[in-house]
Design a binder for this molecule. Structure first.
Ligand SMILES: Cc1cc2nc3c(=O)[nH]c(=O)nc-3n(C[C@H](O)[C@H](O)[C@H](O)COP(=O)(O)OP(=O)(O)OC[C@H]3O[C@@H](n4cnc5c(N)ncnc54)[C@H](O)[C@@H]3O)c2cc1C
Length: 406
């Protein structure tokens, strides 16, 4: 599909694919068992073994040297300063070209919450200059710590608090669901600093940049989708001391910061689901033309070809929404309603597309070999992470009632 994407954007995407074809994919193929057999991927506690972490770091660092890892990072932070359109294009490419089959290519562009991201603009020097090089080079990684056991969709309900003690803040609380949480070197932690304002939902939540080596910090792995290990964590803070100079942004303004970061995640997830849908549709279309039943390719049956057509319709709609959203963000608009609509639609459509693709594949569709179930699990998860579909519909309805009807 040609969407009139500027030549410069196409060159970035082609270069990124070349990088991954030449670096990440051969590396992952050389360690196939390590990435595809949970017995080798994880240790007894469900953590990725050091070799997996080492290979991920290697890809991040090589991608950083090649200029892709920080391509979206603001120029003030030494990044490429590319905007929402590039964000959409690179995440679409990574998922369309490598789908759920490969893990390492997905590390070649910094994830907004797990590598260097715009939140670093809120850190002051000299601390920012101290930590930025190791994050930007891909050597170190981060985790975004907003959600708690009793504060998911309703993040204002958080209990984690930070109390001032001299030049430090002392953090206590439990965070849950952090992607990269068990492995991160740095934690972007949201905590209540003014209980009255936080209870009134008028502020009082602040953001801190915490070194994961701090005494009092511990983490364990959350296992999902029947895997024996994982990348998500429960993070505990017991009297963790953080210098005041590690405050991110203004005191008490953390909630607004969190929402603006999550919005980047919603654009990224839109692109991810468009890419994954392309991957699944290509696979299902090809298979339907090759698989013979009743002496003819199964594609000759409308029961199959119409399912593929439905996938194509939804994919086109999701891509149009994602690209339009990127255009609005690059124009400087907040695009609250469009962000919610694009994320809700693309993630739900992606799940339906994987479901149909599995049906087209018949029994093969549920094998580990084809990888469709893995993609379906990713698609299913994106309907919850970075704002569940219901919360997005709540946001859309609020915008409608405010008069934002067009
Ligand atoms: C794989 C994964 C990765 C994640 N990564 C991170 C991360 O890196 N950092 C981080 O901070 N968090 C992360 N999260 C947390 C994620 O943002 C939350 O799971 C999400 O916001 C939903 O919160 P919850 O799970 O507590 O569900 P709940 O808030 O308990 O909601 C349960 C159900 O009720 C619905 N619901 C709640 N309120 C309403 C309402 N008012 N109207 C209608 N329906 C409602 C929800 O939509 C959902 O269907 C991750 C989650 C997952 C699953």
């Amino acid at each position: 599909m040609d969407f009139g994407i500027p030549e410069e954007e196409k060159m970035i995407v082609e270069g990124l694919q070349r990088f991954n074809d030449q670096v990440s994919v051969p590396l992952e193929k050389a360690h196939h068992e390590l990435f595809n057999n949970g017995r080798y991927t994880y240790d007894e506690d469900g953590r990725e073994v050091p070799k997996v972490q080492e290979l991920k770091r290697q890809v991040r660092m090589e991608a950083a040297k090649a200029g892709y890892y920080t391509i979206i990072l603001p120029k003030e932070l030494g990044g490429g300063g590319r905007g929402a359109l590039t964000t959409f294009n690179v995440w679409e490419l990574l998922n369309s070209a490598y789908g759920p089959e490969y893990e390492l290519p997905h590390l070649s562009v910094s994830h907004w919450a797990q590598g260097p991201g715009p939140f670093l603009l809120g850190l002051k020097d000299p601390y920012r200059s101290e930590i930025l090089p190791s994050l930007s080079s891909g050597e170190k990684s981060a985790a975004f710590c907003l959600t708690e056991p009793d504060a998911g969709s309703d993040a204002w309900n958080m209990k984690t608090c930070a109390v001032r003690d001299g030049d430090d803040w002392v953090i206590n609380g439990t965070k849950q669901w952090m992607g990269n949480g068990p492995y991160a070197d740095y934690l972007i932690v949201f905590a209540i600093t003014n209980p009255e304002l936080a209870a009134a939902r008028r502020g009082g939540i602040s953001c801190f940049f915490v070194d994961a080596k701090s005494p009092g910090f511990s983490t364990s792995v959350i296992r999902i989708w029947n895997l024996i290990g994982g990348i998500h964590g429960i993070l505990s803070f017991s009297d963790v001391r953080v210098p005041h100079s590690h405050l991110v942004g203004e005191l008490g303004q953390g909630f607004r910061q969190a929402i603006s970061q999550v919005s980047i995640g919603r654009l990224m997830n839109t692109a991810r689901c468009v890419g994954l849908s392309q991957w699944a549709l290509r696979k299902a279309t090809k298979y339907s033309q090759e698989r013979i039943a009743f002496n003819a390719p199964i594609s000759a049956n409308q029961g199959i070809s119409f399912q593929l057509a439905d996938c194509a319709i939804e994919l086109y709609a999701a891509k149009c929404m994602g690209l339009h959203l990127a255009y609005l963000i690059d124009k400087g608009e907040r695009a609250v309603k469009e962000t919610a609509m694009a994320k809700a639609y693309s993630t739900e459509a992606c799940f339906r597309i994987f479901d149909r693709a599995i049906q087209v594949f018949g029994g093969m569709g549920v094998t580990n070999e084809v990888g469709l179930f893995k993609g379906m699990a990713v698609a299913r998860t994106t309907r919850i992470a970075d704002g569940a579909s219901e919360i997005l519909r709540r946001t859309i309805a609020q915008e409608l009632f405010r008069g934002n009807l067009d």
